[in-house]
Each structure stands twice: as C-alpha cells, then as structure tokens.
Design a protein around this ligand. Structure first.
Ligand code: F6P
Length: 325
C-alpha cells in the first residue's frame, strides 16, 4: 500500500518530548514526500474531525517545549463502535492512509482495536512519563519526569534534614513504579513503595526505625501513587500510628512531573523514534511500536507492547535497601 498522507496524534497523558517527536515525524515525512495531517485532542479529534495540515514551519520552535501542540485527551467515545465509525469516516474524508499515534498503553490498545475495525495501519511511538511499555528501554517523557521528581526530592531533603522529619513524597505512576524507583535511587531515599511489589507496612516501619536509631537526620520515603497500600497520605497515617515519636510530613508532586522542558535524553529519543516511525511506515511495517533497546531502534507489535509489562529490576530495589543503611 502506498502511503501519501498520514495522520499524527498524541493521546492519553501528555509527556515532555512529545513536541520534539511531532517535529521529527513531520519533517521526516515531508522530506520523503509524505503529507502530514495533525489530529487535535487525540482520538477524540478523529471523531470530531479536528484535523488540519501540518507544515515544516508549524513545528518550528517546539523542540524545547513540554506538553503537546496537538493537544491530547482520553476519549471515552473512541472505543465504541459509533465512535470508531465516525473516526473512520473522517480519516477517509481527509484521505489519510495511516496514523502515527504518540502515547501510552491506552493509546496503543485504541490503535489496535481501531486498526482491526478499519484496516488503517498504525505506528505507535511510546510517549508517557510512566515508562511502563515493553519493547523500549525508555518512553518519551520519563527522563524529564524523573529529573523533576529528583529535583523536588533534593529540595525536600534540605528541609527534612533541618527539622529531623520523615517525608513521604508521592510521585506519579498509577500502575508503575519506575519514576519512584529511579528518582528514589538517585535521590538517596530510605525506602520505596511501588505497585510492582507488595507493601509490608511493618517492614517499612522497621526500616525507618533502624534509620532513626542511627540518628539519620533526613528520611525520605518515595511512594508511587498507585501502591497497593495507598498513596503517601494513607501510608504516612499507617506509619505514624505505630511510630508516633517521629514527625512526618507528606508532599505530593502531582502534575508538575508531566510538564517542563524535555531533557536531552527525551529530545534525542523522541527525535530518533519520530524519524524511525516514518521510515517504518514507508517500509511497510504496520501496527508496531517503535522503541529503543540497548541504543538500537526496534519494533514491537502494539499488542505485545501493552501486554508484556517490563519487569522492575530487583537489583535496583535491593540497592535502595543496601544504600539507605
Ligand atoms: O500519563 C500517565 C499519568 O501521568 C500517570 O502517571 C497518572 O496516574 C495519570 O497519568 C494521571 O492522569 P490524569 O492527568 O488524567 O489525571
């Protein structure tokens, strides 16, 4: 099938570096004689016919900007039959031959279902701060989010140290503990609480008591928002119930982790993946996610990218335990 016009969209939670990726897709496509149409607000924009041409100039001066110039949403209508039919009608009207979707697991599930329904080929590019897709070492936005969290942890450590307080710092990650793991390890956290491993509050208190006994002045526990024992507020209450001597505070970092200037790593990955996505499409690849593993671009079927959750590296978890001594 010859690809003359592609649709480009961002969907789900935004992530820093999406704009760098949009720029790479648009300019690579144009260099190969392919027209790019930008779809605003992700899949919802397909349903609402929010589709317009994207030129090389439209993507100038965005490589350094967080967010997404294409806007994004989590469409409830798209997974319905009626929603998909409307989207297909609008794609046909715009003469779009294939779609490049930048997003996370929800985006790729949507792409798979819609492609089966419509026959329109998709290429996925992993853009989420959560880093929870198989088939790539890093998703676009993860490195920036970790650096934002780390900066906050360093600042909170100053005040934790001055007051001899225990801080529970909640980072994003509904189903994934990668931001917590990386920022916690790099920030010297005393303990981590993440959804991938069952949380034992008594064990956590034991670890914290050991630090207290050794008169550690600053104490930081990094909590991933989606932990089975609850968020930072709930965990702080549970700890305080049994460890009342210690003064505790909670800090929830929230959506600040989703914004900001993308780091060098995120811009490079975004650029490489955007470039590779067009080449993949023109080489006849369909319904795969572009990823970078061991510094090499590779392609994983969209269905596998969302199904196979990458394993948390247990050695990194062990390092947090050993190094917090
Ligand atoms: O995009 C991923 C993510 O940031 C998760 O870490 C978080 O749980 C979720 O999105 C929050 O989504 P929303 O901004 O829609 O509340």
């Amino acid at each position: 099938m010859s690809i003359k016009t592609i649709g480009l969209l961002t969907s789900g939670g935004d992530s820093p570096g999406m704009n760098a990726c949009i720029r790479a897709v648009v300019r690579t496509a144009i260099s190969k004689g392919v027209t790019v149409k930008g779809v605003k607000y992700g899949y919802q924009g397909l349903i609402d016919n929010n589709i317009g041409d994207l030129s090389s100039k439209d993507v100038s001066n965005i490589i350094q900007r967080g967010g997404t110039i294409l806007k994004t949403s989590r469409s409830k209508e798209f997974p319905t039959k009626e929603g998909m039919q409307k989207a297909l009608n609008n794609l046909k009207k715009a003469e779009i031959d294939a779609v490049i979707a930048i997003g996370g697991d929800g985006t790729f599930r949507g792409a798979n279902e819609f492609s089966a329904f419509s026959g329109i080929p998709f290429i996925g590019i992993p853009g989420t701060i959560d880093n929870d897709l198989a088939g790539t070492d890093y998703t676009i936005g993860f490195d920036t989010a970790v650096n934002t969290a780390l900066d906050a942890i360093d600042k909170i450590r100053d005040t934790a140290d001055s007051h001899d307080r225990l801080f529970f710092i909640e980072v994003m990650g509904r189903d994934a503990g990668y931001i917590a793991l990386y920022s916690g390890l790099a920030g010297g956290a005393e303990a981590l609480v993440i959804p991938e491993t069952p949380t034992d509050i008594n064990q956590l208190i034991e670890t914290l008591r050991c630090g207290w006994a050794r008169e550690k002045s600053s104490k930081i526990v990094v909590v991933a928002e989606g932990d089975d024992a609850g968020g930072a507020n709930e965990i702080a209450i549970k700890v305080k119930e049994q460890f009342s001597e210690i003064e505790t505070r909670v800090s929830i970092l929230g959506h600040m982790q989703r914004g900001g200037k993308p780091t060098t790593i995120d811009r490079l990955n975004a650029t490489r993946m955007g470039y590779a996505a067009i080449n993949a499409l023109l080489a006849g690849k369909q319904n795969v996610m572009v990823g970078i593993v061991n510094n090499q671009v590779l392609y994983t079927p969209l269905a596998n990218a969302v199904k196979l959750q990458p394993d948390i590296d247990n050695e990194l978890l062990e390092m947090v335990r050993v190094l917090s001594a």
